[in-house]
Design a protein around this ligand. Structure first.
Ligand SMILES: C[S@@+](CC[C@H](N)C(=O)[O-])C[C@H]1O[C@@H](n2cnc3c(N)ncnc32)[C@H](O)[C@@H]1O
Length: 246
């Protein structure tokens, strides 16, 4: 069993509001939208919030959601919108998709929201996966925690709180102050999820990879932001859009 299975077991994020995905798609996908009817894949689809939006945004496309967690896939199945015949759910470690020839160069749009920092391992293989899945001209839109000093500090503090067994309480009590825009239900859900204790900063994205020849040979960087997830005291997210070179 991999560390990500262990850590991801209970992650379903049922309380993430649809606006969160709408906003992400409005900012990082629609302005760069691939032509035609792209095959779409969402890596680490969780409970399917993004899949639901993608089906609406691309009404003729097939949309695949991949997640390693059976609980996440079950949660997706409970969404009526995912029963329209165009959505497919795959329970698998996304890193294993490079062994699927039917996925090679197939997708015109790849999304991955809040996942790539959870997947164990260094950054290059994660981009190799994105390269493998995409056809020339494809758009890749990612939200993930990068290896920046603030995140390293924050997750050391969180780990200490987990070790002291006060993380749940701390997130519940401090959440509304440090992340005032997060929905209350989400803070409650977050405090129950203990997957953050499995986080390792070495799994976070190494942004130096975006400067490499290997990256530049495969992708054009169309947009790049570092955003506070919410408020001052929460993690910094890297959000970026890539176009696959032909
Ligand atoms: C923080 S949740 C985000 C879920 C979803 N993208 C969302 O926005 O609600 C991270 C997700 O990544 C999944 N995950 C973690 N490691 C994975 C892997 N190696 N392959 C596929 N999914 C993975 C987890 O099961 C979990 O559903």
């Amino acid at each position: 069993m991999t560390r990500s299975v262990e850590g991801a077991r209970f992650v379903t994020y049922r309380t993430f509001p649809p606006e969160l995905y709408e906003k992400f798609l409005r900012t990082y996908v629609t302005p760069f939208s691939p032509d035609g009817t792209p095959d779409v894949i969402d890596l680490g689809c969780g409970s399917g919030g993004m899949l639901e939006q993608l089906l609406g945004l691309y009404p003729k496309s097939s949309v695949i959601g991949v997640d390693i967690s059976p609980q996440a896939i079950d949660a997706c199945r409970q969404r009526p919108a995912l029963h329209d015949g165009r959505a497919r759910l795959v329970q698998e470690d996304m890193m294993g998709l490079v062994l699927r020839p039917d996925y090679k160069g197939r997708f015109g749009l790849v999304t991955s929201y809040s996942v790539l920092h959870i997947v164990p391992g260094p950054t290059p293989p994660k981009f190799h996966l994105l390269r493998y899945l995409t056809r020339p001209g494809a758009i890749v839109a990612v939200d993930a925690l990068p290896r920046v000093p603030w995140n390293a500090f924050l997750f050391v503090v969180l780990k200490i709180l987990f070790r002291l067994r006060i993380a749940t309480l701390a997130i519940r009590v401090l959440g509304p102050f440090v992340a005032p825009n997060m929905p209350k239900d989400y803070i409650k859900e977050l405090s129950r999820l203990d997957y953050m204790k499995f986080f390792r900063v070495s799994d976070f994205l190494d942004l130096g990879y975006l400067e490499t020849e290997e990256f530049r040979a495969a992708f054009e960087l169309l947009r790049f932001d570092i955003k506070p997830q919410d408020g001052f005291f929460t993690g910094r997210k890297a959000r970026f859009v890539l176009r696959r070179k032909g």
